[in-house]
Ligand binder design. Structure first.
Ligand code: HEM
Length: 440
């Protein structure tokens, strides 16, 4: 029988939980166990860090679990793209889009990624000797990378304006998720109207890009062309105009902030671990001998990969995934009522002493192939698990290896002293304010 967390009253409890669900669950699971009930207004939640529960909900019996309330709110901005769709519709879309992320296609996408990174290194050179906010820098870089791999160069999207619109939309979605009772007020106070204005302006640009791409004689081999050419294997049909928009926007939204946060946290960790930087540079020197990495070099940058994996263990950009039981169920002998939310805290799982010795310490050696094999598979979930696992995981790893390797070869990143770096766990796990590093 699972224990129930009952401390404090309903409202204080929800407030503590919402402040940082991962830290809350990591702390309470010490007393209440790997899975425990949390009763908050209107909902019953099972918080879990148990790899067996993860396997049941995300894999074995995943058909009985739909995405929870938060994802429904995201639909307002993302439409019915891969992140927010469900059931047969999602399955059809996933089947169609999956080949876009196969290795041969990734090699084509690498070229745009490489050029964006090279341009960025040149931009950063001008800032040498000064202070930078690494989270803002990485957001700018990964947003350019994903815009470039989606739409190639030459589109007239203004990255700064896209960034403003996307951030505004995200803040609004988070507000709706965290204040469900306040949703009607947004329709009175102008917030919803501003959201629609930005969304319509953004959509108009995306539709223009889709239209012109469809008639282009020699289209570039970017994600948009791949999405346009994707056909359903059974019916031979492609995606509608609206569906192309939803999938492109979904890829943009899912694909830049996550990687940006993973990189920002990794640079933050590296700024405090010169021994790891030394080992990283040794690998880069041996494999690359001073040049920038090519696609074929990436599998040989094993330690670089381990550094990123360890960064995402301590700071998983997607810190939790939530599912809702469609029908009554039973997990590990525990009856689960229909509509119960199962919240897998990736953050708390990654910091569990049960699976990681000295879990708060930054140690990339945890990700040597032998040590990975020795751990339960579902004890490390930065990209989720099961059929709805991140479709962009290889894209993201390739991008992060390229960026980390390119920057660490050229610059030192020193932590500016006396700053209080805190986490903010909204949709992604990001720094509350900023992380200031001195670029040397
Ligand atoms: C470090 C970077 C990234 C992290 C940590 C991450 C994490 C995740 C996680 C945990 C999920 C599963 C969510 C769930 O089960 O509820 C997911 C889904 C998804 N991600 Fe990522 N992601 C990253 C990068 C990317 C990139 C680069 C792209 C695209 C280029 C992408 C596109 C998607 C899409 C489309 C889905 C929905 C898949 C589906 O349900 O079929 N992600 N991601």
């Amino acid at each position: 029988m699972l224990k129930t967390y009952k401390e404090n009253n309903f409202l204080t409890r929800s407030k503590d939980f919402l402040k940082h669900p991962g830290a809350f669950i990591a702390d309470k699971s010490k007393t209440y166990g790997e899975s425990f009930y949390l009763r908050i207004p209107l909902r019953t939640v099972i918080c879990t860090t148990d790899p067996n529960v993860v396997k049941h909900v995300l894999q074995t019996n995943q058909k009985n679990y739909r995405k929870s309330f938060a994802y429904k709110q995201l639909r307002l901005a993302l439409g019915m793209g891969l992140v927010t769709s469900e059931g047969d519709f999602w399955r059809k879309q996933r089947r169609m889009i999956q080949p876009t992320f196969y290795k041969t296609q990734l090699e084509d996408l690498f070229k745009g990624m490489f050029e964006e990174t090279e341009n960025y290194v040149a931009e950063l050179e001008a800032k040498r000797g000064g202070e930078i906010d690494i989270s803002e820098e990485m957001m700018h870089l990964t947003s350019n990378v994903v815009l470039r791999t989606l739409f190639s160069s030459g589109n007239d999207l203004d990255p700064k304006e896209v960034y403003r619109q996307m951030t505004g939309a995200q803040e609004y979605m988070v507000h709706r998720i965290n204040h469900p009772f306040g949703i009607p007020f947004n329709y009175i106070n102008g917030r919803h109207r501003q959201f629609l204005k930005d969304k319509n302006a953004f959509n108009a640009k995306i539709y223009e890009l889709i239209d012109s791409r469809k008639v282009e004689e020699n289209p570039p081999n970017d994600l948009l062309t791949m999405l346009i050419s994707a056909k359903d294997a059974e019916t031979g049909e492609g995606m509608s105009h609206e569906q192309l928009r939803d999938e492109a926007v979904t890829i943009f939204a899912a694909g830049h902030e996550t990687s940006a946060n993973a990189l920002a946290w990794t640079f933050y960790l590296l700024s405090q671990h010169p021994d790891v930087v030394k080992k990283l540079r040794k690998e880069l020197e041996e494999v690359l001998d001073g040049r920038t990495p090519k696609f074929g070099d990436l599998p040989r940058l094993q330690y670089t990969k381990q550094v990123i994996e360890e960064g995402m263990r301590l700071y998983p950009p997607a810190h939790a995934v939530g599912r809702e039981a469609i029908e009554d169920d039973e997990i590990n002998g525990e009856k689960i009522k229909k509509d119960t939310i199962v919240l897998v805290s990736i953050y708390a799982l990654h910091r569990s002493e049960k699976y990681y010795e000295n879990p708060e310490a930054f140690d990339p050696e945890r990700f040597t192939p032998e040590r990975v094999k020795a751990r339960p598979k579902n004890a490390y979930l930065p990209f989720g698990a099961g059929p709805r696992m991140c479709i962009g995981n290889h894209f993201a790893m390739m991008e992060m290896q390229l960026i980390l390797a390119s920057l660490i070869q050229k610059f030192d990143f020193d932590l500016v002293p006396n700053q209080n770096v805190e986490m903010s766990a909204l949709i992604t796990l990001k720094p509350k304010k900023n992380i200031r590093l001195r670029l040397v």
